[in-house]
Ligand binder design. Sequence first.
Ligand SMILES: C[S@@+](CC[C@H](N)C(=O)[O-])C[C@H]1O[C@@H](n2cnc3c(N)ncnc32)[C@H](O)[C@@H]1O
Length: 774
Amino acid sequence: MGKYARRRRGTMFEFEKPTVGDEWFYFFKRAEVILQNAEAQKGKKPRNRPSRSQYLFGHSLFHNDTKEGLKTEGRFDEKLGLASTITYNEHPPCTVPFSTLEKILLDDLRLEIAHRGSYIILRAIVDPNKYVSLTIIAEDESGDVQLVQIYNQDDRRSQVSIMPEGQVFIVKEPYFKTTSSGETSIRVDHVSDIIFLDGEDDRIPEEWRPKLKLLARRSLDWKNDGNRFYKEERYFEAAKCYTKGLEIAEPCSASAIVLLLNRAQTYLELGYNEEALADADRALSYEPVNQKALYRSAVACYEDGDYESAKTRLVKLLKEFPENKSAKERLLRTFQRLQEQRRGRYEFLKMRNEVKAWGNKRGKLDCAEYVGPVRVGDAGPKGRGLFATRDVKFGELLLCSKAFHVCHKETAGAKLNILFNLKARKGQAGTHSQLVQELIQVLYHNPKKAKKFYELDSGDYKRVRGGIVDGLPVVDSHLVMRIMLRNCFDCTRLSSIDDPLENLFKEKTEVEKKIAEESPTGTAGGSGLWIMPSYINHSCWQNSARAFLGDLLIVRAVRDIPEGEEITLNYLESECDVQTRQKQCFSGWGFNCKCTLCEIEAAEPQELQDKRKELLEKSEKFHHYLNQSKEKMESGVAPMIKLIKGMEATYTQPEFIHPRVPLLSPTQVLQSFLVSLERPPEVYNLAKHALNGLGFKIAIKRGRAVIERYGYMYYQTLIPFIHVITAGAMTGDIGTAMLWKDIAIKVYEAVVGERESFFDVYGRALLQAGVPCD
Ligand SMILES: C[S@@+](CC[C@H](N)C(=O)[O-])C[C@H]1O[C@@H](n2cnc3c(N)ncnc32)[C@H](O)[C@@H]1O
């Protein structure tokens, strides 16, 4: 695979130079050439449009045998394995009502433009194919046919239920384009640009209307159908039936109330909490003390994190219906959530076990969000940032944020994909395109919640005025993508796995092997979006650390932070040199980092930086060689020490001004060799030395180990602490080991987010070394 820059806050890669056999490079290159050539066709009619039978033949080939692996955007490619989504030109959604648009036909379409002021009405002539987009062949009223690619629909729905053969639909301001495989298509990116018409809609052309009139249906029939779908867990269909019933039910009638209540429950199942609340509240406006309506409205508030409103509604409900068990139980949970929200106290171990029990299912922790001593404020040229509202101590909880939305790669059905922006020539490997697709649905169905999302940074993207048009929220998919790219976090379900030392030597799973082979970065990660943490700006020498626990993102201080100081996180791989970091900051987020570490390193003489880099590369190669046998390891210790000393000599400033971050990896390698060779005194000294090198000053005072000066702290910093403890115990100095254990737990809590799992994670290693674990 070619040379790709990788970052910590996103499995991002850049499209640079290829190496031999770099299939992805040539795949993107081909698409780039096609799309660049297509731009020359802008405003023109396509030269050859395939005939109806050619379209149908192509569609059926793809339909019947996906393994043929057509190389087109969003389709499965057998050779490359992971599917790809390619973005090229960004066209904003339609923001005007349907009534102001004029009808056009397929023959009126011109390439590479969105047809502003127009709409097209089409009918599907096949069932859809689905990879990244839902793909169909559709005809217009004159009988012309065209490929249509529909993106960002709710993936929980079956494709055929969205667009069965015969479905009539309108595309507002259709965007007609050349695909990256050279065909032409109407590409519908924005969910608000498509209107699905049902049989009775008078916008359906006369000749497409059903010949037989359906028997008149009563609202009761729709309710019964809805209930049947609900039982079968076909919630989309159920909601549609209840909606139909409501259209004909007498307002305020008993049947309207039942339909509203049933639809509210269905929306709760789908996670459309705002719509559920609206329905339950409408039922309450008809019948103010309806038990089910009160309960469902409380659940909708609870699920949306509005625990105060949930409490008010549940209290009201219990006043009227004191025996309602579910309401009592929900009220107790609501009190717990309110405590979490106010105090930031969580049962972390229980939550961690819950996450482990999710297996490969999707999960969501039942807990509240905590915003600690921080506020969003003006960070000058960085835009907005997060600031401490009071003095904060090392390890203190700053945020415990619930995901706005997250796609874990551990979940069955997670879509690991390559999301590639050909204009920017960079991409992400992981669940990012799934995240965008699901975010779009969340925003579409929860417009109030969406406000917080839209306040996030979207770089230089030109936003259009959205709002509600034709009764539905306008969702600009490109804006969602931009916000996602700027603000998302690469994530796992747990920041620390049990027994990491044991797991270190575990074979890769089949999926991991496949990803390593098929992704341009060799990895593909989960990704998610958290609102408050998105306001934290970058610093290569951060003062906070973030950790993941299920759908929570926990941020703690990794040193004492005075009131008013900006909270920072490191978006990058910590060990990179200043040039690499600068390049990654700029290409990923469009800024030049001016943190103290960058300033110090940028001012260093180039020959010192080059020397350090050269020695570092040497030590990496040497490591692989030494790993081959115990003998090689033994003979390699002295040269490895020499290499590390050589790197140390390239630093001119004291450690607390210029921490030796890149030295931590080779030092840890050396430590692990010394552990294997059973030379604990050297491990002990080396680990302490590594901590000094990161700028830490640790003293034993009045029988306690105290951090007198905080050094550079991130997840890897934990390892030397563990080595000091285990090596100390192995040399018989249990007392010192115990003192360091206390401090290691604090460090663990700061970087992993909680302390409760420390013994699950390091217990075995500590016990083996003879450290008592209580
Ligand atoms: C995740 S957002 C952080 C919040 C953002 N500052 C805001 O106003 O919403 C990332 C964006 O913040 C800005 N940013 C973050 N760290 C920065 C830094 N160290 N220097 C300059 N800009 C920074 C960049 O514009 C970057 O694309």
